[in-house]
Write a protein of this length. Sequence first.
Length: 295
Amino acid sequence: MMSISTIKDKIKFLIHPTESNFRPNLLIKVIRLVSILIQRVLFVSGKTRWGNEFIQVQNPLCETEMNAGIDDVPTSLILRTGHGRLFWRATDTANLEVETNTWINSFSSSDVFYDVGANIGLYSLFAAKRKQCKVIAFEPDQFNSRYLHENMFLNGVNEFVQLIPLALGEHSESETLFLSGLSPGGALNHLGDKSPLLDADREVHKTTVPVISLNDAMNLFCLPQPTKLKIDVDGHEWAIIKDALTCLTKLNAICIELTDDNEEEVIVELEKHNFAIKVYGDFYHGKSRNLIFSK
């Protein structure tokens, strides 16, 4: 006979699918079908004043707690949802990367944190709200940066977080951004070609975006030197930072997501710049993991 906790785990699994990039399971497909029926019965759509007013008063917000890796009071964040993937990010990913939470929890208010590939802003918000440090968040996918911008205000950290909705790259130029999907909260977007982390038959969408090198961004926007750098851009992390490292004179810690294909190379190169690896994260999605380096 199954225990109550086992039954709860099975129900949670049904409600929160664990497949990568939020592939809905049968239960969520049923929920969507019921929602469509309710929408049609109540005439709730964006085509009428009634529908728009109804949608507006729903005001879908989700409160989540960043607590993994924290040995005292957790940090509560308010995130804009209203979409399945956004809800999944708020509820399932806030405490997924324990080593990242622990690392950010070690920051001080004097740190300057560059969050490259910030998505909807979980880690930027966490650092700003918990440590009240300066955060520079880079996010080129405007499906995500729009929500990151609102989340800054929802959490009262808009004076701590500066959002730069541009892609970072090896050079300043225009480049093709390959999007894994056209919905907020998505990931596995990649500059120049399709992300190597996506399945070969996965359909992607292409758009041209402005790209700026890290050195040019710091000079053009008069950004403060980072002391902490988190970089998660699904495949071209090293291209972004390799030429900038000699100029990042105050940088003392890096959290970088890598795959088996480039992990050893990056470790060797960072060691040449006096960075030693301190933490190996888990392979949360089977193909990549976080490595944390410090001087």
